[in-house]
Design a protein around this ligand. Structure first.
Ligand code: ATP
Ligand code: MG
Length: 256
């Protein structure tokens, strides 16, 4: 078996007396689409915050390609090749779609952003290349017609895809998606599933996805972990997870 890309070992996070994440362990393999399921408040987003360096863990460790990255600040983790989208979108609403993606590309290229955005002559040629790249990403996510429009003016589903475009622009090896299908209609959900697969192939990356829509997760993911009250109650293939009595009781048996 190849070395895992990302491994969590007994990862924990406490908020006062509340254990939001309790000793969670699992590993994501290169090229895998790995799902995180669990009821509201189960600790899924907190786990993403621990992995991406937004919240420091109270215990346990995070490993990237075998090295410990526990507690590193979020910009360093992003530079390693871990990109994420947010449950509550965090786009630059007053910037255009193109500019939002350019922000991601600049994180990768480390070219100063401000002169480039202002069109300073020195940067113009490189800027044209970056714009081409940004447009290609927008095209891939079916957003090219809206390239010059303000991000805030887009329909909800389009904004969700713009977040994915921006995350992809940073050149990640692992993409963390926090509820990318929330608020999408059934057709958009189906398209999203195909899109995530094609992104995996095209960019040769792994995906860790949080999503409440169980059929989508079962169809999309190679393996899944299920959280309940911060603890990992199941881990396995969609078939194994679907049959797990603890999952049926804690999650699939609920009305959601
Ligand atoms: N910054 C914080 N301070 C205090 N408690 C928090 C904080 N962030 C999350 N929590 C609590 O931790 C628990 C886990 O929250 P989290 O947002 O990780 O759940 P989730 O699984 O993502 O839920 P949802 O499906 O609703 O998005 C919840 O009880 C939440 O209220
Ligand atoms: Mg959440």
């Amino acid at each position: 078996m190849t070395a895992p890309l990302l491994a969590l070992d007994g990862l924990s996070c406490r908020f006062g007396g509340l254990v939001a994440v309790g000793q969670v362990s699992f590993a994501v393999q290169p090229g895998e689409i790995f799902g995180l399921l669990g009821p509201n408040g189960a600790g899924k987003t907190t786990l993403f915050n621990l992995i991406s360096g937004i919240t420091p863990p109270s215990g346990g460790s995070v490993h990237w390609r075998g090295s410990t990255i526990t507690g590193l600040p979020s910009h360093r983790i992003a530079r390693l090749g871990i990109a994420r989208t947010f449950q509550n979108l965090r786009l630059f609403g007053s910037l255009s779609c193109l500019e939002n993606v350019l922000v991601g590309l600049h994180k990768r290229s480390r070219q100063p952003l401000i002169p480039a955005l202002l069109g300073n002559g020195l940067f113009r040629r490189r800027q044209a290349q970056l714009e081409e790249e940004a447009l290609a990403l927008l095209r891939l996510l079916d957003l090219e017609p809206w390239a010059k429009q303000r991000a805030a003016s887009l329909a909800y589903g389009d904004r969700r895809r713009l977040e994915i475009a921006r995350a992809l622009a940073t050149g990640p090896e692992l993409l963390l998606l926090d509820e990318p299908a929330a608020g999408l209609n059934p057709r958009e959900k189906q398209e999203l599933s195909a899109l995530i697969r094609s992104i995996r192939e095209q960019f040769n990356l792994s995906v860790l996805i949080i999503e409440h829509h169980v059929p989508l997760m079962m169809e999309l993911c190679d393996r899944l972990a299920v959280l309940n009250f911060g603890e990992r109650i199941a881990l396995g293939t969609p078939e194994q997870v679907r049959r797990d009595p603890a999952v049926i009781e804690a999650y699939l048996g609920t009305s959601r």
